[in-house]
Design a protein around this ligand. Structure first.
Ligand code: ADP
Length: 188
């Protein structure tokens, strides 16, 4: 089985593609965003620590994020394959992930980056907002998340690219076509 990192900015369609990939390949889905949301919703100690950071749209510190991820991996020793969604978002997170995989005699086999420009992401989200009629402070948070991605998270790509491990898939177009292109990377 294979382990996959799916990479892309907010609004790139990672959620949609993740669902389809899980159905086809049976991945255990690890979304650090979902995990943090679960902790804040259930008001756990971790949730209390990250709530304000998340609400501002900033990244949670690596130390907290990496510890949470490790715990999640340890909960799934039988997993045949993981799909990482929203992780890694920094180079130290990427290094930690490689180490965890290696310690378990495994590896990250594919890193797929959904390529969608900052302009396109902003246009998509503006369109979604007029449909859903969202409030202003949501807009600010979202802007912050997009800025965090294009100013910080994007630097993870050269980490993988320099090791010849990165595949880029065009993230603009028909959902089914994008899915086929991701599958082509996984099946090669
Ligand atoms: P998006 O919808 O922007 O892709 P996510 O749902 O993946 O965002 O994550 C929501 C929030 O959770 C982020 O804005 C950030 O505060 C926090 N978060 C999620 N994953 C990470 C991570 N790997 N490192 C740091 N913070 C994270």
């Amino acid at each position: 089985m294979i382990n996959l990192v799916l990479f892309g900015p907010p609004g790139a369609g990672k959620g949609t593609q993740s669902e389809k990939l899980i159905q086809k390949y049976g991945f255990v889905h690890i979304s650090t965003g979902d995990l943090f949301r679960w902790h804040t919703k259930n008001d756990t100690a971790l949730g209390k620590r990250v709530k304000e950071i998340m609400n501002s749209g900033a990244l949670v510190p690596d130390e907290i994020t990496i510890a949470m991820l490790k715990e999640e991996l340890d909960k799934n020793p039988q997993a045949k394959g993981f799909l990482f969604d929203g992780f890694p978002r920094t180079v130290p997170q990427a290094e930690a992930l490689d180490k965890f995989m290696k310690d378990n005699g495994s590896a990250i086999h594919h890193i797929v980056a959904l390529d969608v420009s900052e302009d396109e992401v902003r246009a998509r989200i503006a369109k979604r907002r007029t449909i859903e009629n969202r409030v202003d402070d949501e807009e600010e948070k979202l802007n912050k998340r997009i800025t965090e991605y294009f100013s910080k998270t994007i630097h993870v790509l050269p980490y993988y690219k320099n090791q010849g491990r990165l595949d880029t898939v065009q993230g603009i177009g028909v959902i089914e076509d994008i899915f086929k292109n991701i599958c082509a990377v996984l099946d090669k």
